[in-house]
Design a protein around this ligand. Structure first.
Ligand code: COS
Length: 377
């Protein structure tokens, strides 16, 4: 067991941190306010080799593992959860195609995503199918050498700007076994976007309704076989939960740094508030919780990199790290007092960003359900 990052992990962390400080930080508050996503940031991250970290070099990726990937995601999230999620969601089609795609699909779609030339999306949820993912209503009907997709997806991150989307649709009977996964390209006739959600945080990130009206998708874009879609989606979510855990580490660390800085500088009763135990004990608890979460996230990534089962550990990491981030960011606001509640400091933004991490890639109640089942089955 090695608790120290290897050279590659540290280099990626430094590279991402420098990029995020220089290219994202100066814009982040204004862009959150304006709800403005900048695709050029993803292109630049791609040029640095940071949008395809865990996919093989032969498909344009960096050929590294999740242990490297989570270092990059954490550094992005420490500055902007929106861009951390954008990279993680662009990673989902790559991870899916790398695991389940055929050679032609891998060659056609992974390289552009891995190099930041294309943005990716993952279309699973629907208005009446959130936690109960297997109940989706979007259909895909076989017609000659195509499938015809009809239905509506909801809460799809960057669904409007993504060039390559993995969309789950029903080809068979009810329940998970009737679900298949398809590669959908932006601009396919009949595929359009509905409303963009107004959110309490992560406003840079587009959260979209996707509408499919008789969208003709080539049968060659079916991933695996009919009926494989639920397994494809669940496998992708297992990996996605590790990156959401890493995002939680980033946002919590960002908030803790703001709180520490403030506690050192702010004076009350003639001394820095860091000298009061009421404050320093809070900072101590925040640091312990952050490190405990880091160990869980790193373990899940290590298991995945070593080809071992990691589904349960990914659920644990996502659950613990995102609950930790909610608590740490809330406490950071508290340490800053009145200032923490204003938009003059980033603490309140971190708190709003942390909230969504308890919800996405399966609510924390669903993580508990997965864990409860694994303990008792
Ligand atoms: N990896 C691979 N296969 C999996 C899996 C996983 N992590 N989880 C479930 N499966 C398989 C099961 O093995 C089962 O296959 P078999 O019938 O061949 O055994 C099949 O999928 C159905 O599984 P299950 O019966 O557990 O399905 P449920 O309908 O009970 O749903 C939960 C399981 C609740 C875990 C699932 O619907 C879920 O994760 N929901 C949350 C969805 C989500 O995260 N949405 C966020 C979208 S992105 S923001």
């Amino acid at each position: 067991m090695d608790f120290q990052e290897n050279t590659m992990q540290s280099e990626l962390r430094d590279l991402t941190r420098k990029f995020a400080q220089k290219e994202i930080l100066p814009l982040v508050e204004q862009d959150e306010h304006d709800e403005r996503f900048r695709p050029e940031i993803i292109r630049k991250l791609g040029e640095l080799g940071l949008t395809g970290i865990p996919v093989p070099e032969e498909y344009g990726g960096a050929g590294l593992g999740y242990q490297e990937y989570i270092a990059t995601i954490e550094e992005l999230a420490a500055v902007s959860v929106s861009y951390a999620i954008s990279v993680a969601v662009t990673g989902l089609p790559q991870v899916i195609l790398n695991l389940f795609g055929n050679e032609a699909q891998k060659k056609k779609y992974i390289p552009k995503l891995a190099q930041g030339e294309a943005i990716g999306a993952f279309g699973l949820s629907e208005a009446s199918s959130g936690s109960d993912a297997g109940s989706m209503r979007t259909t895909a009907r076989r017609e000659g050498d195509s499938y015809i997709l009809n239905g509506t997806k909801l809460w799809i991150t960057q669904g409007d700007i993504a060039e390559t989307l993995i969309v789950m649709a029903r080809t068979g009977g009810p329940g998970p076994k009737g679900v298949s996964a398809f590669i959908v390209e932006k601009g396919m006739p009949g595929f359009s976007c509905g409303k963009r959600e107004k959110k309490m945080g992560c406003s840079i990130s587009h959260t979209m309704e996707l509408i499919f009206q008789n969208v003709r998708v080539p049968a060659a874009n079916l991933i695996g076989s009919e009926g494989d879609g639920f397994k494809v989606a669940m496998t992708a979510l297992d990996s996605g939960r590790v990156t959401i855990g890493a995002s939680a580490l980033g946002v919590a660390r960002g908030a803790l740094e703001v709180a520490i800085r403030h506690a050192r500088e702010r004076e009350q009763f003639g001394k820095p508030i860091a000298e009061f135990q009421g404050v320093s004990f809070m900072l101590a608890d925040m640091a312990v919780a952050l490190d405990a979460a880091r160990l869980l996230v790193q373990r899940a990534a290590w298991l995945k990199d070593n080809g071992l089962p990691f589904s349960t550990q990914a659920a644990m990491a996502k659950l613990f790290a995102t609950d930790m981030a909610m608590k740490v960011t809330t406490d950071a606001v508290q340490v800053l007092g009145g200032s923490g509640y204003t938009q003059d400091f980033p603490a309140e933004r971190y708190m709003r960003e942390a909230k969504v991490l308890q919800i996405v890639e399966g609510t924390n109640q669903i993580q508990r359900l997965i864990l409860g089942r694994s303990l008792t089955s």
